[in-house]
Design a protein around this ligand. Sequence first.
Ligand code: BGC
Length: 459
Amino acid sequence: MQVEKHLEPFRLSLEKLQDVSARLRKDMLRGLGKHAHHRAAVKMLPTFVRATPDGTEKGDFLALDLGGTNFRVLHVRVLEEEQRVLKMDSQICAIPQEIMLGTGEKLFDHIAACLAEFLDSQKLRGQTLPLGFTFSFPCEQKEIDKSILIRWTKGFNCSGVEGEDVVRLLKEAIHRRGDYDIGSVAMVNDTVGTMMSCGYRDQSCEIGMIIGTGTNACYMEEMKNVKRVEGEDGRMCINTEWGGFGDDGSLKDILTEFDEEVDKTSINPGVHTFEKMISGMYLGEIVRLVLLKLTEEKLLFKGCPSEALLTPGSFETKFISEIEDGLENAKKILTKLALDWDLVDACVARLVCDTVSSRSARLCAAALATIANRIRTNRGLDHLKTTVGVDGTVYRKHPNFSDELQAAVRLLAPKCDVSFLISEDGSGKGAAMVTAVAQRLSCILVLNHSKLYKPVTEL
Ligand code: BGC
């Protein structure tokens, strides 16, 4: 069938996935290395989080969550007796496109203003609560409260932030206002927040994974393998930034013409290749380009694309989940896009969605299996039982993404028994957990961690 010719490049065999996993394994090693790190596409960033919760943490915290579709402010209470993390309240603030693409100063002023509004609504102004800041972009963490943005990803591109300490920019914006203050700050990637929030419920949770607007994972690595940080004992959470896998051309053989187009028209061409094949920010656009190609080849919609189909970004990623959920939805969405469809078209559109989302799930599985296999061999185990804390709209909302991912992980990491725990508000509660654990360990982690776990000066 002619349609199949265009879909075939999306279908990755088990052997191909094993091959992708082997490439990622090598790239992870490069990222962990002291010298090779600078050239590594997979950054493997030390997070300075070296303990998961032990259930004795407690107190009130603020949490900020920036990096998905919205910006959120939360007030979180960690209850020691009940070993529970309570979200007291939260507020969502929209970040308008002009702020996402404007100056860093405007962005942080906006964040500080949202926080002020929230503190007022909660009657918390005047208290200086510790703050967990979930900032879901690749950062070179120098200390728990010093974190340099390597580069923006997803839809953000604010000037004057790359290469700067994000905690300093936040504090400066708060000081510019001068009408409130915050306590100590802990910076956290959303994967780490997710792992930590699940870690409170399940102490074998040692991997955090996000498949939402962007994609990424973190896991507990042996300190002795983290060559860029001094110290040999124990473990440290590593933010893999697997979204950058392929940025050095290593995935060229599996990129389709549609992936290349998505990359070319994105705000950050050449960056986050793996993410662009997987995450919610891009899946809808891949499907749109495939549908358009099939229409141009007169294989769909009688060869007539609608205005909507011709418009970049018009095919939302959530349509994929809806269309795969049932043919009736497919018909509704094609009508909404003003396409002249018949039953065969609706079935083909569904097949396209299924093909693109399956590839995403299987690629994620290959990456996750690489991490699970690594943890198992690190520990010299024949068999590993571990838990992954997961979050993200693609994983949560798509009707069979999680099943497909889990089935592929079983094939690609047969000696690992991997359970999945959906994180409830990981980036909010998890950030508070990291702050709480940092406070618990304050004598060894926050105050003296630079003595114990000093970044090796390799620059
Ligand atoms: C960022 C990661 C983040 C992921 C999921 C990626 O674009 O680089 O830091 O964890 O998105 O939000």
